[in-house]
Design a protein around this ligand. Structure first.
Ligand SMILES: [Zn+2]
Ligand SMILES: [Zn+2]
Length: 340
């Protein structure tokens, strides 16, 4: 294991275990140092035990680097691998077994921590057959949302990544997409021309979450009714313990999702777990389709799908109504027909 691989794996495990951002940042910084320091300098410093003299390398990160350079599995990592496991419960297992992909993921193109190719490598390791790259749209400036030019560049990049994946012999595809903001008037934060080019579109509310009920309902209905929208992202916008769910008429919203072929996302992020269970039950009753998505902003977070699976099992979401259990071609056929 190279020092770089060891540090990347530590970062992955810290992210999946919801470790503090402070701890993760130390390893991200160390990774940056390792990537920009000549190998012979690292070697001589590891031998002389002076790694910590480099700015950005502390005791824990130095130990991981030194272990890796000595050909030992880093002790810190061995411990972390064991303590950071994401448990898959018995009830979640059938969903986990059925899932073939993840339809909501961020990369360094917006506010994620890993480039597309590293997210894809992780998805392959998890056993996925595809992932949808859904970075933020331009309006979310705080998250470095992509304008149309950058999105066009990203589509080129995704094509290159797919070529590299195929050349490496993997049966895996990165599908194109975006998490498009639902603007205050219900319009989407992306032109129809660009929406047309994407394989899968997730639409989410990120602003004015406290909007009055009637207005919020209409705003969401507009987006759901768009022929380009395939998935309604984290519908209530709640942050557990921090922000209450938005107020909207869930009967109208879920009826519209069924009518217009828009899937309801079961967002797996531990601070979101959105929709709440009562709304999930309502969406099941309305006959909605679902996706179980991690909304991962780092590779380790792609392991959080079991959190959504637990909840899907709790409320009895039929597995055949979970879109990302479909093979990629069937998912694409669904998103294309839902757009008709
Ligand atoms: Zn979002
Ligand atoms: Zn997101």
């Amino acid at each position: 294991m190279t020092p770089e691989a060891a540090l990347l794996r530590v970062i992955h495990c810290l992210d999946r275990s919801r470790a503090s951002g402070f701890k993760t940042k130390a390893f991200v910084r160390a990774l940056d140092v390792v990537q920009n320091t000549p190998a012979d300098e690292l070697e001589s410093r590891a031998a002389a035990d002076t790694l910590t003299d480099i700015d950005g390398i502390g005791a824990s990160t130095a130990a991981v680097i030194a272990d890796a350079m000595a050909g030992r599995e880093p002790a810190y990592l061995v411990d972390l691998e064991a303590t950071s496991q994401v448990e898959v419960s018995e009830k979640a297992q059938p969903y986990i077994d059925a899932l073939r992909g993840d339809c909501h993921l961020h990369s360094t193109w917006s506010d994620g921590g890993a480039p597309i190719e590293r997210m894809a490598a992780t998805a392959i390791e998890i056993g996925h057959e595809y992932m949808v790259q859904t970075d933020h749209s331009a309006r979310l400036t705080i998250a470095h949302g992509l304008n149309e030019d950058r999105l066009a560049d990203q589509l080129d990049r995704i094509a290159d990544v797919n070529t590299a994946i195929a050349d490496a012999g993997h049966d895996f595809r990165v599908l194109s997409g975006m998490e498009v903001d639902i603007l205050e008037d219900g319009k989407l934060d992306l032109s129809n021309d660009m929406l047309e080019r994407l394989d899968v579109v997730v639409a989410s509310v990120h602003s004015k979450l406290r909007m009055e009920r009637q207005q919020m309902t209409e705003r969401m209905l507009m987006a759901i009714a768009s022929p380009h929208v395939d998935i309604l992202g984290h519908c209530t916008g709640r942050m557990i313990g921090k922000r209450p769910p938005s107020d909207f008429d869930a009967d109208y919203v879920f009826a519209a999702c069924t009518e217009f072929g828009t899937a309801v996302e079961i967002n797996c992020r531990p601070e979101r777990l959105d929709p709440p269970r009562d709304l999930m039950r309502l969406a099941v009753d309305h006959g909605c389709m679902f996706t179980i998505d991690t909304d991962a902003h780092a590779t380790g977070q792609m392991e959080w799908q079991s959190l959504g699976c637990d909840r899907a099992a709790d409320v009895g979401v039929p597995i055949d109504r979970v879109l990302n259990t479909l093979p990629a071609d069937e998912l694409l056929a669904w998103t294309a027909s839902a757009a008709a």
